[in-house]
Design a protein. Structure first.
Length: 762
């Protein structure tokens, strides 16, 4: 029997007597004397176990340490005859008189001395050792009870730890020296422990070590403690005498019932039974739907959001929240929104509060715990809480576990609180049969799993408002009091909080700047949303927002990739809005005119579309006489990069994991050529088999090497990085790049044509 199963056995008997005296009488008590004897025998083991563990901490953590710090002892003076050098105080008169009688006039050879030695075999210390021996014997008796443990299971039993603790205390040198004498007293010598207790009581003096007095009281309590008996002599020990303790005991019962259920289902991963750290780690759900959860008992909520607090003085903080139970998902890790050390949102959990006390028999729960639950949910920002009541006469709707219960939620017309917040009142009575208890607990876990199974990951879902005049809209003032530009306003839904949460924000003031309103602020690569452009001028204006700022030399491949992806998405959206995306055929025809007539069919549909969009953007920018053609450069560079990726990944023995970002980028071929001879050796061996150096159909003597292609690609990489930066690419520079890519440059036929013809795709 493991530790929590042992505790459950004790608690079940406690609660059965407290909640269902009639059932207790039927099952344990009896209508005849022989039935009463059977009840006494059935409860004796639980009562003894409860007594042993209830008084354990008081003895080991309080009384014994105080005894050891101020041990009692006696210092009697003894007259001893010894040879010099003497250890005691010499009585010269006695020593000389004894010597004169035998050898007059000679110096004494034996000295009469008075010695004072400390004797720790006092009644007080003997009583402490007797108590440890009795406690150890009782633990061993219970440990080897054939109804409790058998074989090696005793080694893991908490009673075995208790017996070992007694042995460690008895190993204290002063205790070890009087252990044999204490054992004789325990066996009836010198009148037994009762006479010893009387001696200790008679020797107590004011100002002495009060631990011995507490030891006497502890022994009296050990004899008088009668758990599971409701009588006047043990009124302070029975369940029901202390409502606060009983409420806590009810929570402990729920905790171990959950542990027992999860273990029976094979879902339990870890149990931490330490007070103040009690937690269950388990999995719930079936197959791919299974998730890992942690249930914490009587602890602060992990990572509480900074929703409430006194401003500007932090010392006036609101009280902390310690729900009875808090259930949260630990796989994957908790999602959160954090910026500049302040937490604005975190993935919610489920709050459970367990109430044992009986105010009155009623179909509804008392108002006090409901108000506290609503307040806790508001402080924590949680949406779902459950109140578990041991006493509830009935309810309305059927709860998940099948027992009567009901739900409380804000009225539809009330918009001052969270509209989807709910409090469930759920009966859970310990006198229910085990199947009923487990059905209710299973329903609670299923309900929590439904709420928490899907991760709530913040995403940018901003929708721009149509531009209206300030007169029609009215000025919108930001948090700092400044008027926000109307063209930057957008509505920002936040379904990770709830379907009801929609904020009105400013792209310039709030997006990726204010963690209170932007919840993607801490995500890698987060960027403000882009307004879909409808004219070339709007396109230019939105493109300016996307280009990377800072030092050009500090741009890494990840930042360049992020900018390129956003620009591609923006330009494609622009072509879709203007209708050009459905009519790209005429722009593909222009690709043949710039030198791709022989190789256009070798490109995939995505690459042909990207090149056509580059020509379309060039024409649109020409209309507004733009001075920056970076977007078109990015499109043509992306086509060359994708074709290069297809060919590198087709090389035998080469995979995406061979490259820093999980895939080869536009500059990867040159980097491998210079810095990774092993990988370059595999690529070079493959190129030796497939490379076609004669790329000019009009000049059979002209040949292109791989090194020449790499050099030309690296020139394009530099221009592409400039295009992803705020560095403008003028019209003539774009024309030269397009020509060297498609039909000209040092490679004569263009680097893209060389790649498509000299390095055939697999």
């Amino acid at each position: 029997m493991n530790e929590y199963a042992l505790t459950v056995g004790i608690l079940e008997s406690f609660l059965l007597l407290r909640y269902d005296e009639g059932g207790f009488s039927r099952l344990i008590g009896a209508r005849a004397s022989h039935a009463a004897e059977r009840a006494e025998a059935a409860l004796r083991r639980y009562r003894d176990l409860g007594t042993v563990f209830v008084l354990r901490d008081a003895l080991f953590e309080d009384i014994l340490p105080r005894i050891v710090r101020r041990l009692s002892f006696e210092s009697p003076r003894n007259l001893v005859v010894e040879e010099p050098p003497a250890r005691g105080r010499i009585d010269w008169g006695r020593s000389l008189d004894a010597t004169w009688a035998e050898r007059p006039g000679e110096a004494p050879l034996l000295l009469h001395t008075r010695q004072r030695r400390r004797d720790f075999a006092t009644p007080e210390n003997l009583l402490a050792v007797v108590t440890l021996l009795e406690y150890r014997a009782e633990a061993q008796r219970l440990l080897w009870d054939e109804q409790l443990t058998a074989g090696s299971a005793a080694l893991r039993h908490p009673l075995n730890e208790l017996a070992e603790r007694c042995e460690r205390e008895l190993a204290f040198p002063q205790f070890a020296g009087i252990r044999s004498e204490a054992q004789q007293i325990l066996e009836g010598g010198q009148g037994g422990p009762e006479v010893l207790e009387h001696q200790v009581h008679e020797r107590l003096i004011p100002g002495g070590n009060s631990a011995y007095e507490d030891l006497l009281a502890w022994r009296a309590r050990l004899r008088a403690l009668r758990l599971l008996r409701r009588n006047e002599a043990a009124a302070d020990d029975v369940l029901g005498a202390d409502p606060e303790r009983d409420n806590y005991l009810y929570q402990i019962w729920i905790f171990y019932e959950l542990a027992d259920l999860l273990q029976a289902l094979g879902r339990l991963e870890r149990v931490d039974p330490r007070q103040g750290q009690m937690a269950l780690r388990f999995r719930w759900g079936e197959g791919d739907d299974a998730r890992s959860y942690e249930l914490r008992h009587d602890q602060g909520v992990p990572i509480p959001p900074a929703r409430w607090g006194a401003q500007p003085l932090k010392k006036y903080a609101v009280p902390g929240v310690r729900p009875d139970f808090y259930l949260w998902r630990v796989d994957p890790p908790l999602a959160r929104v954090e910026h500049d050390g302040e937490l604005f949102w975190r993935e919610p959990g489920v709050v459970w509060d367990a109430k044992y006390y009986r105010e009155r028999e009623s179909v509804s729960a008392p108002s006090s715990p409901i108000k506290r639950m609503i307040a806790d949910l508001a402080l924590l920002g949680e949406g779902h809480g459950t109140l578990l009541f041991a006493f509830l006469a009935g309810g309305g709707a059927t709860s998940p576990g099948g027992n009567a219960g009901y739900r409380l939620s804000p009225a539809d017309r009330d918009q001052t609180v969270v509209p989807d917040q709910q409090v469930v009142v759920q009966p859970l009575c310990p006198d229910t049969d085990l199947q009923g208890v487990r059905a209710t607990l299973t329903g609670l876990l299923d309900g929590a799993h439904t709420q928490l199974r899907e991760p709530r990951v913040p995403r940018c879902r901003g929708v721009f408002l149509d531009t209206l005049s300030l007169t029609e809209r009215g000025a919108l003032v930001g948090r700092r009091g400044d008027v926000l530009a109307p063209e930057d306003l957008l509505v920002c839904p936040k379904p990770h909080i709830g379907p009801w949460r929609v904020d009105l924000v400013s792209r310039a003031e709030h997006c990726c700047r204010d963690g209170r309103l932007c919840h993607i602020i801490s995500q890698p690569g987060a960027a403000p949303p882009v307004r879909p452009p409808r004219t070339p001028r709007e396109l230019l204006k939105e493109l300016e927002r996307l280009f990377e700022t800072g030092e050009l030399d500090s741009l890494d491949e990840e930042a360049v990739e992020n900018v390129i992806s956003r620009i591609e998405g923006l330009t494609r959206r622009f072509a879709e809005i203007t209708g050009a995306l459905q009519d790209l055929g005429r722009y593909e025809a222009k690709l043949g005119d710039i030198g791709l007539d022989r190789t256009l069919h070798l490109l995939g549909a995505t690459e042909r579309e990207s090149l056509a969009l580059a020509i379309y953007l060039r024409d649109q920018l020409d209309e507004v006489k733009a001075n920056d053609y970076s977007a078109s450069i990015i499109h043509v560079a992306r086509v060359l990069e994708r074709e290069l990726q297809r060919r590198i990944l087709a090389v035998p023995g080469v995979s995406g994991s061979d490259f820093p970002h999980g895939k080869p980028t536009l500059g990867a071929l040159g980097g491998v050529h210079r810095k990774n001879p092993q990988l370059w050796g595999r690529i070079e061996t493959h190129l030796g088999q497939v490379w076609e150096s004669r790329v000019d159909p009009e000049d059979a003597t002209f040949a292109v090497t791989v090194e020449q292609l790499i050099h030309e690609i690296e020139q394009l990489v530099r221009v592409r990085n400039q295009a992803a930066h705020t560095t403008p690419i003028p019209r003539n520079r774009f024309r030269d790049i397009l020509r060297s890519l498609c039909d000209g440059g040092p490679l004569r036929v263009g680097s893209l044509n060389v790649l498509l013809t000299a390095w055939p795709a697999a």
